[in-house]
Design a protein around this ligand. Structure first.
Ligand SMILES: C[S@@+](CC[C@H](N)C(=O)[O-])C[C@H]1O[C@@H](n2cnc3c(N)ncnc32)[C@H](O)[C@@H]1O
Length: 264
């Protein structure tokens, strides 16, 4: 049921129309956006959500858009007393602290799609790995050697906790994706790159770390009309596009796109 439908009997239609329809649930935490003009109703809104969703114990209000390179959000706690939770996805469990490291469940399908493509014995690098949602299911289901890199120390620490929780081995590196060429002397069969907004240039670095038949899974944010130009740009840079898909909207008219690429 949408957030608006939940509050149909509690708020007048004019106020209801100012609320977004959806909200995200991570573990037992619901994340909602409430505009400032509905400040007086914020607890009523949070309470309505909890009374309908028995799996939700905490309600966080998103204050700012995800900020900075670490994409960590600022939250006001409306109900409950923590920003940590355990989230289950793709048969794995993730301990997350939403105030310290980015996490969203919206890419769960995409992460599982990558797992299905991995062959046993592969060497895999995940740049911008966060708390491990791309890597951990691969390590759990395939016999692959995996390395994750992130510049947020808290994300790396939670990744370590999650590797233990899921009983997998992972090489977790705290570092900047800009220095991968000097960090790694070896090459990889597969590189996964959920690149931050507007930072497509990181793709150029990947080609030097890729084995000849290696694959890159590259994520970028684009408006629909920008895709045909972006595809031409990839081809010009000698990337073969095996497949691409819209992985869902992130802002009005902007979506995250995933591209499966190989070097020509
Ligand atoms: C959008 S999050 C993706 C996290 C994770 N892959 C996921 O799907 O949940 C982007 C991540 O990239 C990291 N990051 C941003 N800029 C970076 C850089 N230059 N080098 C390494 N990591 C970076 C952030 O700390 C953040 O954890």
């Amino acid at each position: 049921m949408s957030h608006q439908a939940l509050l149909k009997d509690k708020l007048p239609p004019e106020k209801l129309s100012r609320l977004p329809k959806g909200f995200e649930v991570i573990g037992d935490i619901a994340i909602i956006y409430i505009p400032q003009s509905l400040d007086d109703e914020k607890y009523l809104i949070a309470q309505a959500l909890v009374s309908h969703r028995k799996d939700v114990n905490i309600v966080l209000r998103k204050i700012n858009k995800l900020a900075g390179t670490q994409r960590v959000g600022d939250f006001e706690i409306l109900l409950g007393n923590r920003t940590t939770t355990l989230h289950r996805e793709n048969d794995c469990v993730f301990h997350v602290d939403l105030k310290k490291a980015y996490f969203s469940g919206k890419l769960a399908y995409e992460r599982n799609r990558i797992v299905q493509m991995v062959n046993d014995g592969e060497d895999i690098l995940v740049l911008f790995c966060g708390v491990g949602p791309f890597l951990i299911p691969i390590a759990k289901k395939k016999n692959a050697s995996i390395v994750g890199l992130d510049s947020n120390a808290d994300a790396c620490e939670y990744f370590r906790i999650n590797a233990e929780l899921n009983k997998i081995d992972a090489d977790i590196i705290l570092g900047d994706a800009g220095s991968i060429c000097s960090l790694f002397k070896r090459k990889f069969d597969r590189i996964v790159m959920p690149a931050p907004y507007g930072q497509d240039y990181f793709l150029n670095l990947a080609s030097s770390l890729l084995k000849p038949e290696g694959a890159v899974h590259f994520y970028t944010f684009k408006k629909d009309f920008e895709i045909s130009h972006f595809k031409k740009l990839l081809e010009k840079k000698r990337w073969i596009i095996d497949f691409y898909r819209n992985c869902g909207g992130v802002a009005p008219r902007v979506s995250r796109y995933g591209f499966d690429l190989r070097q020509r």
